[in-house]
Every structure is written in C-alpha cells, then in structure tokens.
Design a binder for this molecule. Sequence first.
Ligand code: NAD
Ligand code: UD1
Length: 334
Amino acid sequence: MRIFVTGGAGYIGSHTCVELLNNNYEIVVIDNFSNSKRDVIDKIKEITKKDFVFYEGDVTDKALLSKIFKENKIDAVIHFAGFKAVGESVSKPLMYYHNNLESTINLLEVMNEFDVKKIAFSSSATVYGKPDSLPIKEDFKLSTTNPYGTTKLMIEMILNDLYKSDNEWSIAILRYFNPIGAHESGLIGENPNDIPNNLMPYIMKVAVGELDHLNIFGNDYDTHDGTGVRDYIHVVDLAKGHIKAIEKVLKSTGCDTYNLGTGTGYSVLDIVKAFESVNNVKIPYEIVGRRPGDIDACYADPTKSLKLLGFKATKNLEDMCKDSYNFVRRSKHE
Ligand code: NAD
Ligand code: UD1
C-alpha cells in the first residue's frame, strides 16, 4: 500500500513516516519546509534504512498535486500539512485560512479526480474549546477561540459534508491532544527556531541553557496544584495511532472522529518535576499571570479509539521527558 503524506517533514509527520516505513507501507511525501528542515528527510531514511519518494512543494499547488497523483499510484492520504501557531493565526488570519483551507480543498479535489477516497486528517483538541466536563468525548460540543482552531473545525465540517455527498469516502478525523517527546534515536523531534509557545519545547530550551527560565502561566487554576492540566501523548505513540487509522480507512468507508490522547492529565508542575528527575537537570521557573485563552484542564476519553481503532498509548511521562531531552541535546551538538 502506498500512502501520500503531506507535511511529512514536520514534527508529527516525520515520526509517522518512520512508523509507516517500519510497517512496510510505501510512502510519497510532500513538504515545503515552511516549518521544518530539509535534513529531516534524510534522517527518516537513516532511522528506517528505507528510501521513499519526496517532493519539495506546496500543497496549495494543485497542478503539482495532480502531477504527484499521476506519477504515483496512491492508496490513501495522511494530511498533516498546515500552519499551527495559535498566536500567529490571530495576527495573520488570512495566511492561516489560505494555507490550511486551500491546501485541503485542493488535495480533496485531486483525490476525488484520481478516485483516491481514503484520508486521515490532523485535527486538534482545540476544537473542543472550553469543555463542560472531563474527560472529553468525541461527541462533545465544538467551538473555537482563534483562527487556527477555526481552520481545523471548518475542515472537519468539509470532510463530513464530503462523506455525506459520496459514501465511497473513508475519512478519519484525528483530534490530537498534546504531542511531546521525540524518536528514541534522537534524530527527529520538535525544535522550533523561535522562542517556543508550547510547554515542552520551552522546557527543552531551558534544559540546554538557551533560555534561562520557564514562565509558568498561572497557579490559580482549578487543578490539583493550580497549574494547567493537559493530556500529553508521546509523539511515537501518536504516530502509531496513524497506522491504526490508516488500517481502518483502507478497509472501510465512513467519516469518523477519534481522540488521540492517553486519557491522563498532567499539570505544568508535574511535567517540570518529571523532566528534572528523569534527566537530572534543573528547570528554573517563575509563576506569572495566566496566558489569555488557556483553560484549566483538558484530557481525552480515549475509549472510542481503543474500541474502533485498537489504539492505546503505551509510553509514559518518563519516556516523553527522556526522549525530548535526548533529542534536544543531540541536535545541539550537531
Ligand atoms: P509541523 O509544523 O511540525 O508540521 C507541518 C509540516 O507541514 C511542516 O513540515 C511544514 O513545513 C509543512 N507545511 C505547512 N504548510 C504546507 C504547505 N502548504 N505545503 C507543504 N507543506 C506544508 O506541525 P506538527 O506539529 O507536525 O503538526 C502536524 C499537523 O497536526 C498540523 O496540521 C497541526 O495543525 C496538527 N496538530 C498539531 C498539534 C501539535 O501540538 N503539534 C496538535 C494538534 C494538531
Ligand atoms: C496548545 C495550543 C492548542 C492546541 C494544543 C494541543 C497554544 C496557545 N495552544 O495548547 O491550540 O490544541 O496545544 O496541541 O499554542 N505553559 C506554561 N508556560 C509556557 C508554555 C505553556 O506554563 O511557556 C502552560 C500552559 O499554560 C498550559 C500548558 O503549559 O497549561 C500546556 O501549554 P501548551 O504546550 O501551549 O499546550 P496547550 O495550552 O494545550
């Protein structure tokens, strides 16, 4: 089976390419490196000792997509490509709507044209807004607070409409919770160039001395220690969830939505303490005011993914902290 992976040089995409190759799928990958580095493609080959077809290009380029589908017999698609920075989406909404929506619509049109009607799409737990209760189930009401989240919700609606119009489609909408960690080789992981917005990339930069301390956004939340609680999932577990999702879309039709999380919530202080103790490193921190838009707690009910996809995360918080640190130290010495 040959899977077309958009955004395959990115953080989750690169780990998923590794899992696909390890599971004997052939892959065809596209990325424009707008948020990733060229050498990731070689690292995927180094880890798996396998080769694959790569196109440097933009998923908004419909002619290029047609060329790719002409040159390769594609069985299914995993669509990661998109912009994902919440703050940037507020200041540059058109850039987000253009990139995330146009790429998806072009991709779906070309898939339709080539009669490839099987896709797994990267959505986000952000579409749950501020949940009324926890853990979060797939049928909870949806809302968004920023243009990034709105692009995800709009694409979910497009995919649902598409399936309603043509029941030959097979669609898995994957709502990721908080991916952290890295491949155990330390060759691929998440390493933003700018000052990170998200917790683990920030902690990693503090751990290697690139930033002097972590700001913890609020300790007055309604959680066990007052700091925000999230459902952190190891990126390799998340990548394995895509294998399960692709197996499912390849053998059935329908449009289904799945939470990809662990079902366990950890606070910011839980993460800091675990990172310090697993890696024997100090993470100095200061408690500052809340970050606008943040919620107290967010964690998944993973029952549906277990039941329908057979997916269960297996790595623990120690693995997530160890692999994150291993990756950042290794990339610093390269
Ligand atoms: P990432 O930025 O590391 O990966 C996205 C990749 O897509 C990058 O390599 C980027 O260069 C590429 N890309 C972007 N626009 C493109 C375009 N028009 N054409 C070709 N390539 C393009 O992000 P990630 O963390 O790997 O996330 C993957 C997907 O999962 C995204 O859609 C993101 O919104 C979604 N998601 C991520 C998280 C998270 O916390 N990382 C959470 C929920 C959902
Ligand atoms: C982020 C995204 C959200 C996405 C989710 C899952 C933002 C603003 N939101 O939110 O859209 O759905 O990931 O991928 O990017 N924290 C600190 N200090 C920091 C950074 C974070 O204390 O420097 C805290 C936050 O307040 C939060 C927790 O750490 O309580 C996790 O933050 P983050 O990693 O940004 O994830 P989300 O808030 O879940």
